[in-house]
Design a protein around this ligand. Sequence first.
Ligand code: FEO
Length: 162
Amino acid sequence: MIKETIQKAFNEQIKKELDSAYLYLSMAAYFDSQNLEGMSHWMKVQAKEEFKHAMKFYEHINERGGRVELFGLEKPVKEWKDPFEVFKHVYEHEQKVTASINNLVELAERENDRAAYVFLQWFVNEQIEEEANASKIVQTFEKIKDSPVGIIMMDRELAKRE
Ligand code: FEO
């Protein structure tokens, strides 16, 4: 049976993962409004990933005899200055998610919850990848600045995400 403290923290993490999905969907809508379909595609894939993350927490709570509780989602930002600002936002956001996962790992250790600790290792590794992906895109944007050709090239590149 899952402890109340872990259940509460995991339910809060479900909300954070769904907030992330919602934020990335808002970014997709921004890119669609700018006719940057490749970037929009990247964000839609990212939003789906976040939904999967939320579901992992959902299933873990269920499998351990806990009770999933859903909260209201944050209204995401709608506008950004340019695509570079959007991806900087993604990188900052993922750093916050990493901090949140690390807090959960500390909680699992404090509560001596081995199952939660092992479960969270997947997220520790996933966050390395999430931050690296966003950071790589930010670094490329730093090189192209606001070159229109560079933006189009980036849009084509990001359309390839599976
Ligand atoms: Fe679920 Fe992007 O972290």
